[in-house]
Structures are given as structure tokens and as C-alpha cells.
Design a protein around this ligand. Structure first.
Ligand code: CP
Length: 305
């Protein structure tokens, strides 16, 4: 039995297959409409979510399956002190596959050790968000036709942003990907990723504070929200939260074929005036999130269509 806990759990050729199926689902949704009939997905969300929970649920419903679950720790027996291990052992009796989001790093990994059904890490603290990474890879490949030879700017909260950590780990496996790390000093990428992932793989990266210094070089600009929920005090969050705001003036410095991505939710970091720019791809990205999760569910349940 297989789980998805880290973005590295799938090889690049396995990822290619997942993305090929996702693209086929996009083109031929009816072909997959009953693929998961009789199967159940449990969504175990101990932290708030709109996209990740609902896109997993939409994916299972699109495949003809059903969904059950909880959307906050307070509405589950976690509030009475139940452990993740006991929860997943119980949910294994009710569902065929589970997606878990948890504020503690490593909680979905612990769940996978006690589970008798596949577990999908739907985000664990400031650590990883592998299904967002699958979404991001599919979006990049679908928009640009490749995952190699790209210049990507990662902007905002690179310290706590788990989507950025997972995406870097996944992209270093492709040839000639150049990273522009755009953040204030306080929100720099953690050492363990800079040294153990970027340096170790001899990957080009440049750290800049001003977005303007990277924009003209980019194929993709990946904006992120400052992660309020991970700050230790409100004062620091308020000081950092509007450090970057992408607006039409800044977009004028970017190449005409650069795409803007964002895992969402956004707060102020992308002005809504950008939403109608043809380079704004973040809602398209949210749509790709459904196709790739359909493909992932099929794969983890060993269902071939
Ligand atoms: N991208 C993402 O994880 O969004 P949610 O927090 O709404 O799930």
C-alpha cells in the first residue's frame, strides 16, 4: 500500500504518468466518472482549508465515489484528546483512502504508520504540502509545456510557506531550473532547504529582497501569503504582511509570457487589479488541483481506467 507524504514519494517518471492522467481527465472527464464508484474518501482536516479539502472532495465526487470527514479538530474527537494514530485506525474502518491536514509537522506520516488505507498529506504545519506541489507541477507543465529550463521566482514567506518548501524539493529534480528567492531577511528560506536541497544539488539560486530585481528574468512568479498562523507574535506579522504587493506597475517589469501562480488563499500580496491580466494563472492552478487529485486518488487506489 502506498501513501503520499512527501513530494519525493513519486519519481519524476511516476509524476509524468500522474500528470498525463490528469491532463486526460481534463479532456475526457466522462471516461472517469464512475472509476471510484463504491469508494470513500475521508478528509481529516485539523486546520482550516478551502482548496485542499474541497478539491480532494470534488475529485472523489468527480470519480463517482463518496466523501466523509471533519473540517476542524474541534468537530472531531481530537478535541477530547484522541491521538492521530487512533483516529486513522478508526477511519480505516470507514473509508478507502484519507487526506489529512494537521498543524503538527509529521502528523500525516505518523498516521500512515498506523493506517490500513492510503494516507495523503494535505499539509503538515510549516513542513510539506505535496498535493499542492503536484498541482503546481501540473500547472507549470500544462502552461509552459515543460518542467525543465525554467526560471521561477518564489516570493513572500519562504520561511513558513510549506508550499514553497515542497515545490523546491520537487523542482530540483528537473534540469536547469533557476530559483529566485524573493523575501525579506526575516522570512528567508530555512537553512535546511537552502543547504540540504539547493546547495547539495548544485542548483542555481539567487536571494533578493526587492521583487523588481528578479521580475524581468522570470518564466513564473510564485507568490505566497505571509503565514499569520505560524508567527509567534502579532507585531511581527503586521510588520511583514504587506511587504510585497504585486500590482500593475510591477507587472509592467515582467516578461509578457511570465505566469503568476499562487497556492491561495491570497490576502493583499496580489492586487485584484492583476486578476484580469492574461498572465494571472492562480485560479487556473486551483482547477488543475482537482484533476491532479483525481489522478492521485486513482493511483493510490490502484484503479486503472
Ligand atoms: N492552497 C491551499 O492549501 O489552500 P487551502 O489552505 O485553502 O487548502
Amino acid at each position: 500500500m502506498r501513501h503520499l507524504i512527501s513530494p519525493l514519494d513519486y519519481s519524476t517518471s511516476e509524476l509524468d504518468h500522474l500528470m498525463d492522467v490528469a491532463n486526460d481527465i481534463e479532456k475526457n472527464p466522462e471516461k472517469y466518472a464512475h472509476a471510484c464508484a463504491g469508494k470513500k474518501l475521508a478528509t481529516l482536516f485539523y486546520e482550516p482549508s478551502t482548496r485542499t479539502r474541497l478539491s480532494h472532495e470534488a475529485a472523489m465526487l468527480n470519480l463517482g465515489g463518496s466523501v466523509l470527514g471533519f473540517s476542524s479538530a474541534n468537530s472531531s474527537s481530537a478535541s477530547k484528546g484522541e491521538s492521530v494514530a487512533d483516529t486513522i485506525r478508526t477511519v480505516s474502518c470507514y473509508a478507502d483512502i484519507a487526506a489529512m491536514r494537521h498543524p503538527k509537522e509529521g502528523a500525516p506520516l505518523v498516521a500512515s504508520l498506523y493506517s490500513s488505507i492510503p494516507v495523503i498529506n494535505a499539509g503538515d504545519g510549516g513542513h510539506q504540502h505535496p498535493t499542492q506541489t503536484l498541482t503546481d507541477l501540473l500547472t507549470i507543465r500544462s502552461l509552459k509545456g515543460r518542467l525543465e529550463d525554467i526560471n521561477i521566482g518564489l516570493c513572500g514567506d519562504l520561511k513558513f510557506g510549506r508550499t514553497v518548501h515542497s515545490l523546491i524539493e520537487a523542482l530540483v529534480r528537473y534540469k536547469n531550473v533557476k530559483f529566485y528567492l524573493i523575501s525579506p531577511d526575516e522570512l528567508r528560506l530555512p537553512d535546511y532547504i537552502r543547504e540540504d536541497v539547493l546547495d547539495k544539488n548544485h542548483v542555481f539560486y539567487k536571494e533578493v529582497v526587492r521583487m523588481e530585481d528578479a521580475l524581468p528574468n522570470l518564466d513564473f512568479l510564485y507568490m505566497t501569503r505571509v503565514q499569520k498562523e505560524r508567527f509567534f507574535n502579532e507585531e511581527d506579522y503586521i510588520r511583514m504582511k504587506d511587504f510585497y504587493i504585486l500590482d500593475t506597475k510591477k507587472m509592467a517589469l515582467a516578461p509578457k509570457d511570465m505566469y503568476v501562480l499562487h497556492p491561495l488563499p491570497r490576502v493583499n500580496e496580489i492586487s485584484t487589479e492583476i486578476d484580469n491580466d492574461p498572465r494571472a494563472a492562480y485560479f487556473k492552478q486551483a482547477q488543475y488541483g482537482v484533476y491532479i487529485r483525481e489522478s492521485l486518488i486513482l493511483d493510490l487506489l490502484n484503479i486503472r481506467v
